[in-house]
Ligand binder design. Structure first.
Ligand code: ZN
Ligand code: FE
Length: 224
């Protein structure tokens, strides 16, 4: 049978041409501005990556609140999983991560989730034993909550940009968004009780194991 009977056998990308991607052309034809999408994804990946770092620090300063530390740990590992889910997509679309991690951190789409009482991270560590010991759990939970809210706004925007046009990026973004919405609910529950003594249940069920995220796990890329 000749290719003329096979409508998808050929297209605008020439046979054997490795400088172009049909996976990009197909979504451009459906209205995605791929350059802009890649920039957005790099900013979003930067936010996930830096959040993973800051959550590591914030979790340490929840010392003594083992229940909060567990929730923080799940959110932390899931944000790392989000970074690892979206990074391959950046390359598939013809993009790249920045070559300098400082560039990457600076262009993160969300503000740094600084540990409270550290003057936005500027607090000198002249004496490593002189740690910020006046940090309260409520202060830490507030930082965690606002980081989740920024993530929800970010991934909602990626969903908007790709809905009905780029099924693969949309699928990834919507799975990440699912988890960010859960994270917000968890930190609302914890902060509300800790700071205001008001019960606002999140609907949280324990994951199988910390970081075993129901949505991003299905992608099969993260297996602790
Ligand atoms: Zn995340
Ligand atoms: Fe999150």
């Amino acid at each position: 049978m000749t290719t003329s009977n096979k409508p998808h056998a050929t297209g605008r990308v020439a046979h054997g041409d490795v400088t172009k991607r049909v996976g990009v052309e197909a979504i451009e034809a459906r209205g995605v501005k791929v350059d802009e999408l890649v920039e957005k994804l790099v900013d979003a990946a930067g936010a996930e990556f830096t959040t993973y770092y800051y959550y590591t620090l914030l979790r340490m300063y929840l010392a003594g609140h083992e229940d909060y530390k567990e929730i923080c740990e799940v959110a932390r590992l899931e944000d790392r999983a989000h970074f690892e889910l979206i990074t391959p997509r950046i390359f598939e679309l013809g993009g790249s991560l920045p070559f300098d991690i400082r560039t990457f951190a600076d262009r993160a789409g969300c503000p740094d989730a600084y540990l409270p009482q550290t003057s936005n991270g500027k607090r000198p560590m002249s004496n490593p034993f002189d740690l910020p010991n006046n940090v309260t759990a409520a202060q830490v939970l507030e930082v965690l909550l606002e980081a989740e809210r920024c993530a929800i706004r970010t991934w909602s925007e990626v969903c908007d940009l790709t809905f009905g046009k780029d099924p693969r990026t949309y699928d990834m973004a919507s799975r990440i968004l699912n988890e960010e919405v859960e994270h917000e609910a968890w930190f609302i529950e914890l902060l509300s009780k800790e700071r205001d003594n008001v019960i606002r249940p999140s609907g949280h069920f324990r994951r199988g194991a910390p970081g075993e995220a129901p949505y991003s796990k299905n992608a099969g890329f993260y297996n602790p």
